[in-house]
Design a protein around this ligand. Structure first.
Ligand code: BTN
Length: 248
């Protein structure tokens, strides 16, 4: 087991739903897959290395050993609306609590950027009464640790903020933020989380390109869709890779 997590596993945040039990794997195919098959409500699965880490839009997620925080929160019951918004806000605020003033942003739909580089991705999957909230955070990578094709856009806490990072400390901070927000969502407070996330995306009025649509963002609607005014009319876009056409 990755020894770095030992103390957290031995004394998990018991008062919380999220992370009251934490399991660590040296290697697994994907923590999301495992959580979808085995997860009890609030259990967290962490892996030092994933051999088949999954990203959004059917992509692979680069999950090298020793460098990143690769984990999934399992939740049971109905799918929770707004979970990915809550997760992006939680990662941003957890990192900000450990590195005040770090230049963090949320990029629609739920990437966390630091100094303009993607440091974190979020993948929510739901199957047969179980939800896997998967979070991949690049922690100790140096530029050369990323595959060539990611180097221009990816960053880590180490490359963008510097210093030495303890993955267990980062995980504990994220789980605490997540716990608070998941309890809000389960208590019917989606509108609050949605508003905070949409404000953080800061897209209204911006010129963007996404899924071949170019135009100006009118708003992020209640479903989380990007509403874009383009030359051929208004489009609602639910997922995709967003490019800003008017600067970072
Ligand atoms: C993205 O494409 O931006 C989402 C990446 C999500 C990666 C995480 S790492 C832990 C969990 N297990 C997976 O297989 N994927 C998610």
């Amino acid at each position: 087991m990755a020894a770095e997590y030992d103390a957290l596993v031995a004394a998990p945040p018991a008062a919380q739903l999220v992370g009251h039990r934490i399991f660590v794997f040296d290697e697994i195919d994907s923590t999301n897959t495992y959580a979808l098959e085995h997860g009890d409500d609030g259990t967290v699965f962490v892996a030092d290395r994933q051999t088949a880490g999954r990203g959004r839009l059917g992509r692979a997620w680069h999950s090298a050993p020793g460098l990143g925080l690769w984990f999934t929160v399992a939740l049971t019951g109905e799918a929770i609306e707004g979970l990915s918004f809550a997760a992006a806000l939680s990662v941003r605020d957890a990192i900000a609590s450990l590195a005040p003033g770090a230049p963090l942003k949320i990029k629609w739909p739920n990437d966390v950027l630091c100094a303009g580089r993607k440091i974190c991705g979020i993948l929510v999957e739901h199957r047969a009464g179980r939800t896997a909230l998967g979070i991949g955070l690049n922690v100790r990578h140096q530029r050369e640790d990323f595959p060539e094709e990611l180097r221009a856009k990816a960053g880590s806490l180490a490359t963008e903020i510097g210093g030495r990072w303890d993955r267990a400390e980062v995980l504990r901070a994220i789980l605490t933020e997540l716990d608070r927000r998941i309890i809000l969502l389960r208590g019917g407070r989606l509108a609050e989380i949605h508003r905070a996330w949409a404000d953080a995306c800061a897209l209204a009025g911006r010129a963007i390109r996404c899924n071949g649509v170019e135009g100006r963002v009118r708003e992020i609607d209640a479903r989380g869709a990007l509403v874009v005014d383009a030359a051929d009319g208004t489009h609602a876009i639910f997922s995709g890779d967003l490019e800003y056409l008017d600067g970072q």
